[in-house]
Design a protein around this ligand. Structure first.
Ligand code: EPU
Length: 431
């Protein structure tokens, strides 16, 4: 599947955010903790939720879809082995907790590195072991057992990993006794998971200094929940409004989820108005360069640097981005340079402090602008980089042909249709 895009049109109008990919997938898996039905509203119809729904069905879930509402129930765990097909995203490892809780055993595929880094799961496995699971690697799978059930434990994460925090939440809510998680991740999507688990009957408290307390309960029930709006989509549309010189009202965008981004956007020369029901974005004047450093929430999110980099190619002067979350998230800049950008990637830390990638990985970028971009043939490397390609194509002179758009479809609902509605010249072509 590919997109053919003709750049140069200002994008204007209103767009509604889909539910967050990185919450919807986790809530599907969380629903397996109960045999009762759960209902998820504002559910995004994207590639990653389809893959995760397939994973749940493999384990015994029955799923009904009605537009953006999904009902899921898992009366019986029919299978404790997650198949290799689900390796297309990072969700299989999160099935360990619910399977251990419901069936005392689990087997999930080893999810290897991908285009943005090695992405190990050592922090997840260490936490599960502390909760009493025996975990071994057998061929291409992790096998976990907890015949006596899991029990609460004190866990300190060496890094506030999103996935490891979610995995530990999923495993500890039905464990015997109390679990304390220190240095936990507190992303809005994790708060959404906590809200859903609380509705299901879990007892979870948030303490100071990134601490989460869980008091295990013996049983969870089904729950109804509306998934939070996708803040990554919000940032993508905001950058599109500013970089194309347009004006977009992003319906359902939540200021609280975007505070660091909004500050950065205003410094660069974008502007916004927070109103009831969303945020409107537009360009205030000429774009000025800046320096950003990605971080865990509430810092500047790693998934926001790619659309922002396109804005910075149009700013007058030199900008710097220091990526501190993933070691290899600048591969997309090679194509941008071929389109006419001036981006130099280095292993040095171009931020306030050295990070764990210093001298080892190409994790910082210097962007000099403004540089006009020219349309060309592009191949999408990964989801967020794909959105950067698409954004670049939408401001480039001439036509771009973007292949591998299934990666973009993994995370953005009907993106071509919504962009066309905002005035973009974009066509989807089946290969
Ligand atoms: N890490 C380890 N060991 C672990 C876990 C993580 O070394 O056991 C490292 C990772 O390799 C990475 C860093 O810690 O360098 C951050 O990983 P984290 O576990 O926090 O992220 P994740 O759960 O794998 C989720 C999102 C990402 C998002 C990050 C950061 C999902 C499915 N993915 O990944 O989203 O960038 O949190 O917020 O929720 C995307 O949507 O395209 C995407 C990549």
């Amino acid at each position: 599947m590919k997109f053919v895009v003709r750049g140069g049109k200002p994008l204007k109008g209103e767009v509604k955010l889909a539910g967050a990919k990185n919450a919807a997938t986790k809530l599907l898996v969380a629903s397996i903790l109960s045999e009762e039905p759960s209902v998820l509203e504002n559910f995004p119809i994207i590639g990653d939720t389809a893959i995760t729904a397939g994973l749940c069905e493999e384990l015994g879930s029955e799923i009904l879809k009605d537009g953006n509402t999904v009902s899921i129930k898992t009366p019986v765990i029919k299978n404790t082995r997650v198949g290799l097909l689900t390796r297309r995203n990072r969700i299989p490892v999160l099935a360990l907790g619910p399977l251990l809780a419901r069936a005392g055993r689990a087997e999930v595929p080893v999810v290897g590195g991908d285009k943005i880094g090695a992405r190990p799961v050592d922090i997840h496995l260490e936490a599960l072991k502390k909760l009493g699971a025996e975990v071994t690697i057998s061929g291409a799978s992790y096998e976990a057992k907890a015949p006596e059930g899991l029990r609460g434990a004190e866990i300190t994460f060496r890094f506030p990993s999103v996935g490891a925090t979610e995995n530990t939440l999923l495993a500890s809510v039905l464990a015997k006794g109390k679990t304390v998680m220190r240095n936990a991740a507190l992303e809005p999507e994790i708060m959404d998971l906590i809200k859903f688990l609380q509705k299901m009957g879990a007892i979870i408290e948030l303490g100071a200094n990134r601490t989460i307390y869980v008091e295990g309960v013996s049983r969870l029930r089904g729950a109804k929940h509306s998934i939070l709006p996708d803040r990554n989509e919000a940032v993508s549309f905001a950058c599109l409004a500013v970089v194309t010189g347009g004006d977009i009202f992003v319906k359902d965008a939540v200021q609280e989820h975007l505070i660091t981004f909004l500050n950065t956007l205003r410094r660069i020369g974008g502007d916004y108005e927070v109103v009831n029901g969303g945020v409107r974005f537009w360009r205030a004047g000429k774009l000025t360069p800046t320096s950003i450093e990605t971080d865990t929430h509430p810092g500047f999110m790693t998934d926001w640097q790619q659309p922002l980099a396109i804005l910075l190619t149009q700013a007058e002067g030199v900008s710097k981005i220091h990526e501190t979350v993933y070691e290899d998230r600048f591969s997309y800049t090679k194509d941008l340079n071929l389109m006419g950008a001036d981006i130099i990637v280095t292993t040095e830390c171009l931020g306030s402090l050295p990070c764990r990638f210093s001298g080892k990985f190409p994790h910082s970028a210097t962007i000099s602008g403004p540089t006009p971009l020219k349309g060309m043939k592009l191949e999408v490397p990964d989801l967020r980089a794909g959105m950067a390609h698409l954004t670049a194509a939408l401001i480039a002179e001439g036509e771009s042909e973007i292949s591998g758009v299934e990666e973009i479809d993994r995370g953005y609902e009907r993106i071509d249709e919504r962009l066309r509605y905002l005035g973009a010249d974009i066509k989807r072509i089946d290969d």
